[in-house]
Ligand binder design. Structure first.
Ligand code: CA
Ligand code: ZN
Length: 439
């Protein structure tokens, strides 16, 4: 087989049978339940896709991608990315992992990484926009890989083109009932005709730099787009007119209003709420979305959030300025009640440990989310702990606004996060009340 990428096999036995690692180009595949050849093939596609996002689109991609693959009888099909440099694929045993769907899936997930490398303050981005772009880009990347590396694939290129290439967008748009995500993919394809393939990285970076107000984003998003390509104003204004309704999410604040209280009016003996067992089995990092945990107050009465405890550590050079992160307090529908911006330096360097992040005492509703949104990059950011022994019930990757993910409490089997984030909260109550007693 002719290959532009050399594979370095490193078998690392990590205790569980069959767990191994193979590095192909810029991708390290950590796999379980698939063959070394399959792992290598997955790594080859991921590396080829990364290269196209750099050379074809002009994105600043991670130097190394870590691709976690697990296949087995107990695995449910899901594929997600931390949007920094990690891909997570779990696959049921009944189907082969090497197929056109996985090929497209890799190009799609790496498309998310490309997108969020440029635009990471993205709560205003609708699902249609955020998913539509990597749907569009993945189709293009599939076709480009078919052209550039026809010998590097695991089935015939013609199969891919037909099912997963740019022709797929046309087919999806021809359907009687077009899915909004594919409608969005078609709109991104139209934009490519106006600003060119390398215009996207510039546009996303300009949107990021514009500090868009998440509660009223529309006018600014349009203004930045038109100012960036002044000679294309007319075409862009027309294009934006046709897409803005689909692309922008308005984040409405929670109807539960943020209310504070003087700390000395509280008992000073807060109650800790947590689900994890105290031991961390896996660390992760993220950008754009982030780890969220849903809590319920111990009893009726007035409860105030005092601190958020996170098991984590800062990674990257101590001298490199890591981006700040946000602690969000949200109601049960993930609508924001309060948010606090914090420096990444709140976390210790390298060694994972519990870090207590105190917040101004803030009233919580009976059922609430704490959601940490990091802005980590491949070279600098915060790792947070996952307790994999815990049952799925309260953790997810969060996003502000109407639940855009499956609620892990209502639908525990749909939970993407397999375990509990190691995030705890402390709540306190006013001295004159006794919500823990019989009221
Ligand atoms: Ca554990
Ligand atoms: Zn996606």
């Amino acid at each position: 087989m002719k290959s532009t990428l050399s594979a370095v096999m490193v078998l690392v036995f990590t205790g569980s049978v069959g767990a191994a690692t193979v590095t192909v180009g810029s991708t390290e595949v950590q796999y379980e339940g698939i063959s070394a050849n399959e792992a290598e093939a997955l790594g080859r596609i991921a590396s080829a896709a990364c290269k196209i996002y750099v050379e074809g689109f002009g994105f600043d991609m991670p130097k190394r991608i870590v691709f976690h693959v697990k296949r087995g009888p107990d695995q449910k099909l899901f594929f997600y990315t931390d949007c920094v440099d990690g891909l997570y694929l779990s696959h049921p045993e009944s189907a082969g992992v090497i197929g056109s769907g996985t090929f497209w899936g890799i190009c799609h997930e790496i498309g998310h990484i490309a997108f969020y490398s440029a635009l990471y303050d993205m709560e205003w981005i609708s699902v249609a926009l955020g998913e539509g772009w990597p749907c569009y880009s993945a189709c293009l990347v599939v076709d480009t890989i078919c052209d550039a590396e026809p010998d590097n694939l695991w089935i015939r290129p013609s199969e891919y083109r037909k099912r997963q290439g740019i022709a797929r967008i046309r087919d999806k748009l021809a359907a009687a009932d077009v899915d909004p995500i594919w409608r969005s993919a078609g709109m991104w394809q139209q934009l490519e005709a106006i600003i060119g393939r390398k215009g996207f990285a510039k546009l996303f970076a300009a949107w990021q730099a514009a500090n868009i107000d998440q509660t009223a984003p529309k006018a600014k998003v349009r203004e930045v787009l038109l100012a960036l390509f002044p000679d294309k104003k007319k075409a862009l204004a027309e294009w934006w007119g046709s897409v803005s309704g689909l692309f922008v999410e308005n984040i409405a604040p929670s109807s539960f209003k943020a209310a504070g209280i003087a700390a000395d009016r509280l008992t000073g003996q807060p109650v800790s709420l947590f689900y994890d067992d105290g031991t961390c089995e896996e660390k992760q990092h993220s950008t754009a979305a982030g780890p969220a945990v849903r809590f319920k107050v111990p009893s009726t009465g007035e409860w105030y959030l005092r601190s958020v405890n996170v098991y984590g550590a800062r990674y990257g050079s101590p001298d490199a300025p890591a981006r700040s992160f946000v602690i969000n307090l949200c109601d049960r529908d993930m609508n924001p009640i309060a948010a606090w911006e914090r420096p990444a330096d709140d976390f210790p360097i390298d060694k994972m440990k519990w870090t207590k992040l105190e917040v101004p005492p803030t009233r919580v509703p009976g059922d609430f989310w704490v959601y940490l949104r990091f802005r980590s990059t491949p070279s600098c950011g915060v790792n947070f702990g996952l307790d994999k022994d815990a049952k799925d019930r309260s953790a997810c990757m969060g996003l502000l606004g109407p639940i855009r993910h499956s609620d892990p409490i209502e639908n525990p089997t749909d939970a993407i996060v397999k375990g509990e984030w190691m995030i705890r909260v402390e709540l306190d109550y006013p001295k004159e009340t006794d919500p823990t007693g019989s009221q």
